[in-house]
Each structure stands twice: as C-alpha cells, then as structure tokens.
Design a protein around this ligand. Structure first.
Ligand code: SF4
Ligand code: SF4
Length: 194
C-alpha cells in the first residue's frame, strides 16, 4: 500500500483556503454532493452519535468543503459514526454523512493514518473476516477474535455469558446457500484495492 504524506492543517492564525482537490476526490469516491451543503445543521441536530464526536456531522461536511484533510482523517468522528443514515434523511440536500465517513476511513487506512479509535478498525476487520469465511457473521467467533486482538477479555463478559445461556450466541457458525457469492464479492473488492 502506497504511503502518502498527510499535509498539515492550518493553525488558528493562518488563513484557511479551500482545497477543491480534496473536495472533488471525496465527492467522487463517496458519490455525495458535498458542495450543496449550506450548513443548516439539521444533520448534527439529529445525529445519535454526536455526543461522542470531536467534529460534528455538519462540521465534517464543512471541513471537506474547505479541504481540511488532516483533522478529518485524524478525528474520532469518522470511526464513531454508526452509519445510521439519520443525517441523510434530515438533510435537504440528501447528503449521507455516513457514506462520507466511510470514504474518509478508507482514505485514512490508505494513508496509514492511525485510527483515533483504535479498536473500531479491529472490529471492522474481524466482522468482515467472519462474513468472508462463513457467508454471514458468526457472532461468537467474531467476539472471541475481537477480544483476542484488543485484549478486552473481561469487558462485557456478563452480557456475553447471558447471551450464550439464552442460545443467542451459537457455538458453530450457521451456513448459508450463497457462500461462494459472498466470497466472490470480497474477492472483487480486493481486486479493486478495497
Ligand atoms: S443537513 Fe445537509 S445541508 Fe444541512 S448542514 Fe447537514 S449536510 Fe449540510
Ligand atoms: S450516519 Fe453517522 S453522522 Fe449520520 S446521523 Fe448516523 S451516526 Fe450521525
């Protein structure tokens, strides 16, 4: 994977000049009309994860318009977003900030920017690994993989035990009919560098 420099964000005393290159790249990769945003903040008002974000949803869009790449790729917000699409349903311009955050996460990984929420990419990896292997997620296997990779063995242990006792967590993965189709999707994504 090619390593690229992340250019520094301007400090408070410098002028912020729009970088249309970054704006165009994000619009093209995400398919979202970022340029149409006029900062009504309806997205931020409805976002269920806003309380934990360091850059609010409407600010994410504004930062993209201004070309502020570094603070976005280093932010917690892009990893915390739940991709619930509440922002999209509220936006008068139909902008899906969850999709923007997916694009920014892809860029952060490509540029080897360490994730501000380091356990979230690990969760993504084990979740997708489970789907690729089994055709659908095997919750128990995924949870054990996540715990081993993050060292969070006892976190949520009582909840996991209760779910296991109620039969919600299956010991063996359940098969699906189109497993090969799912694996072909993963193969295609890898061929496209995703
Ligand atoms: S709701 Fe849409 S137009 Fe309003 S601030 Fe959010 S992204 Fe921009
Ligand atoms: S998709 Fe992300 S940014 Fe949009 S409302 Fe949901 S959590 Fe917030």
């Amino acid at each position: 994977m090619e390593h690229q420099e992340v250019h520094g964000a301007p400090d408070a005393s410098s002028k912020v000049l729009p970088s249309f290159t970054f704006l165009r790249e994000v619009e093209e990769r995400s398919g979202q009309p970022v340029s149409r945003c006029y900062q009504c903040t309806k997205c931020t008002g409805g976002c269920p994860m806003n309380f934990a974000m360091d850059i609010q949803p409407s600010q994410i869009v504004r930062f993209i318009q201004l070309g502020l790449k570094e603070p976005l790729l280093k932010s917690r917000s892009i990893w915390i977003c739940a991709c619930c699409k509440t922002c999209k349903s509220r936006c008068p311009n139909g902008i899906d900030i969850g999709r923007l955050n997916d694009t920014l996460k892809e860029m952060a990984v490509e540029m080897e920017v360490p994730a501000a929420e380091k356990n979230v990419p690990i969760f993504h990896q084990v979740f997708l690994g489970s789907v690729e292997k089994n055709g659908r997620v095997h919750e128990l296997g995924m949870m054990l993989g996540y715990k081993m990779k993050t060292g969070t063995y006892m976190q949520d242990a009582p909840l996991g035990l209760a779910m296991f006792r109620k039969g919600i967590l299956k010991v063996m993965p359940e098969g699906i009919h189109q497993k090969r189709e799912i694996q072909r999707i993963f193969q295609k994504a890898k061929e496209n560098g995703r």
